[in-house]
Design a binder for this molecule. Structure first.
Ligand SMILES: O=c1ccn([C@@H]2O[C@H](COP(=O)(O)OP(=O)(O)O[C@H]3O[C@H](CO)[C@@H](O)[C@H](O)[C@H]3O)[C@@H](O)[C@H]2O)c(=O)[nH]1
Length: 458
C-alpha cells in the first residue's frame, strides 16, 4: 500500500485553520502525506507566522493556496460576501489544483482523498467528480452540525421560516442532553442584516446537502461531552480533542505567538492568573473594552489578556484600536497580541479562562481542566456557553447591566464567585480526565480515528 495523499480544506478563519492543521499532523503520524489548502489571503498569514516555511514535518504537510475570489481590498470579515465568492470560484480552482498535482510524477503521488471543513463541503462534489474519497470535519460542536442537519424539522415544527428567520420566540431542545437553544440565537441570526442572515442560512443548508455525499463526518468532540447530539446524528464520529498532543501544540496560527507570557506565567503563584482571550474575530465596543480593563484591574489578581492587533486582523483597514482607560494601570496584568493558548492553559498558574466560547477555546479549556467565565460574542458561541454553564456546569456567565454592558463590578463578582466554587473547579478537573482519556491508546476517539484511517487507506 503506497503513501496516502490527503487534501485538507479549511474554511478561511482562524478557528478552522488551527484544528484542521492539527488533524493534518495526526494524518501524517498515521503515514499520510497532506496538501493543506488555504485561501491565498490566509496562506500568507500562516506562512508569515511560521517565518516563511511552506511545509511541516519534513514536507509531509505542504501548504498551498487557491484564491477566494475576492479582490485585495474586499472585506473578508463579511462572511456572506466571502462564501458567495468562494462558492463561485473555488471549486474549479480546487479541481485544477488536484489535476495538476495528480499529473506530476506520472500520478504516483496523487491525491487520494479530500477532507473538507463542513463549511467547505462543496469540496465533496469536487472529490466525487474526480473519483476520489471524501470526508468532512466540523470544527464547531457536534450540536451545531446536528442542528443544521435538522433544519427541515425546525421549519416543519414552525420554529423558523424557509429563510431561517425565527417564527416563534423562546427556546427549544432537539433532544435531551443537548443544550437548549434560544430561537433568536441560531448561529446565522447573529449577522447584522437580513441579506447576510439569509445568505449564510441558505449556504449552511447547502453545506449539509453536500456533506451527505460522504458517510464520514469527523468532529472535534468526545462522546461524553455531547451524547445528545451524537445520538441524534449518529453519522458524526467524535475524534477529539484533536489539538491535544504533546508534540505539536501550536499549528496554523494567523499571527505570531508572544511566548514572553509563558515566562511571565512562571513568575505567578499557582492557580492565580485569569486568562482572558476572545479568539480571532470578537470585536469590542469602546465602552465595553474600557469596562473589561477596569474589571480585570478590580479583581486585584494577575491576568493575562490577549488583545489582538486589529490592523493585522482585517483586510479592509477596519480597526478596532482601543484606548485603555487612564485609571488602568495594569500593574498585575500582562497583555499580548496573540498567545500560545494551549501552552498557557496548561500552565499551573492559570486559575480561570474568560472566553468568548469559540469551540476550539472551549475544547482547549475543558482539555486542561480550567473553569470558564463565558462571554460569547456570536454564532455558535452562545450554544457553547450553554454547554459550559448549564450542561457540563464548569463555568459561569456574565449578566449585562441596564446599559447593556458587562460592568467592571460584574466581572469582579463573577471571578470571586467562580474561584470560590469548589464544585465547579472539581467538575472541571474531572472533565479534563474524562476528555483526555479519549485520546489515550485505547480511548474512544483514538478508536474512531483508527477506524477512519482504515477506511482512508483501503
Ligand atoms: O491568543 C490566542 C487566542 C486563540 N488562540 C487559538 O485560536 C483558536 C481560536 O478558535 P476558537 O476559540 O474556536 O475561536 P474563533 O477564532 O472565534 O473561531 C471561529 O470558529 C470556531 C470553530 O468553528 C467557532 O466555534 C467560533 O465561534 C468562530 O468564531 C483556538 O485554536 C485557540 O487555541 C491562540 O492560539 N492564541
Amino acid at each position: 500500500m503506497g503513501l496516502k495523499h490527503v487534501l485538507v480544506l479549511p474554511y478561511p478563519a482562524q478557528g478552522h485553520v488551527n484544528p484542521l492543521m492539527h488533524l493534518s499532523q495526526k494524518l501524517v503520524q498515521h503515514g499520510c502525506k497532506v496538501t493543506f489548502v488555504n485561501t491565498e489571503f490566509n496562506h500568507k498569514r500562516v506562512v508569515n507566522a511560521m517565518n516563511g516555511k511552506v511545509s511541516l514535518d519534513g514536507s509531509k504537510v505542504e501548504l498551498v493556496s487557491v484564491p477566494d475570489g475576492l479582490g485585495p481590498e474586499e472585506d473578508r470579515n463579511d462572511h456572506a460576501g466571502l462564501i458567495l465568492s468562494m462558492e463561485r470560484t473555488m471549486p474549479s480552482d480546487l479541481e485544477r489544483l488536484i489535476r495538476d498535482i495528480n499529473s506530476m510524477d506520472g500520478g504516483s503521488n496523487g491525491i487520494t482523498s479530500i477532507i473538507c471543513d463542513t463549511y467547505m463541503a462543496w469540496g465533496l462534489e469536487v472529490a466525487q467528480k474526480l473519483g476520489i474519497k471524501g470526508a468532512i470535519i466540523i470544527p464547531s460542536s457536534a450540536a451545531i452540525l446536528a442542528l443544521e442537519d435538522n433544519i427541515p424539522k425546525l421549519i416543519e415544527d414552525g420554529i423558523m421560516d424557509s429563510d431561517g428567520l425565527p417564527i416563534k420566540k423562546g427556546k427549544f431542545q432537539l433532544t435531551p442532553n443537548m443544550p437548549n437553544v434560544n430561537i433568536a440565537d441560531m448561529p446565522w441570526s447573529c449577522f447584522e442584516d437580513d441579506f447576510s442572515k439569509k445568505t449564510i442560512y441558505h449556504y449552511l443548508a447547502k453545506t449539509i446537502k453536500w456533506s451527505h455525499l460522504s458517510d464520514w463526518w469527523l468532529s472535534n468532540t468526545t462522546q461524553e461531552l455531547e451524547p445528545g447530539a451524537l445520538s441524534l446524528c449518529p453519522k458524526i464520529l467524535p475524534i477529539g480533542p484533536i489539538k491535544e498532543s504533546p508534540e505539536f501544540r501550536s499549528l496554523g496560527q494567523f499571527w505570531r505567538e508572544d511566548h514572553s507570557c509563558l515566562t511571565w506565567l512562571d513568575q505567578q503563584p499557582p492557580c492565580s492568573v485569569i486568562y482572558v482571550a476572545f479568539g480571532s474575530s470578537t470585536m469590542f465596543d469602546t465602552n465595553q473594552f474600557k469596562e473589561l480593563a477596569l474589571g480585570l484591574e478590580l479583581t486585584n489578581r494577575p491576568f493575562l489578556w490577549v488583545v489582538r492587533d486589529e490592523d493585522s486582523n482585517n483586510s479592509n483597514g477596519n480597526t478596532n484600536h482601543h484606548k485603555y482607560p487612564d485609571e488602568f494601570q495594569c500593574t498585575k496584568g500582562k497583555i499580548v497580541k496573540w498567545a500560545p493558548q494551549q501552552m498557557v492553559l496548561k500552565h499551573p498558574a492559570i486559575a480561570c479562562f474568560i472566553s468568548h466560547c469559540g469551540w476550539n477555546s472551549t475544547m482547549d479549556g475543558v482539555s486542561n481542566g480550567v473553569p470558564f467565565l463565558c462571554w460569547p460574542y456570536f454564532a455558535d458561541q452562545v450554544i457553547d456557553k450553554t454547554y459550559i454553564c448549564e450542561v457540563w456546569k464548569v463555568g459561569l456567565g456574565f449578566d449585562e447591566d441596564e446599559r447593556g454592558i458587562i460592568s467592571r463590578w460584574e466581572i469582579k463578582k463573577k471571578v470571586v464567585e467562580l474561584l470560590g466554587d469548589e464544585d465547579i473547579k472539581g467538575r472541571s478537573k474531572k472533565m479534563k480526565d474524562m476528555v483526555m482519556n479519549n485520546i489515550a491508546k485505547d480511548g474512544n476517539s483514538t478508536h474512531n480515528f483508527n477506524k477512519f484511517m482504515k477506511w482512508l487507506s483501503e
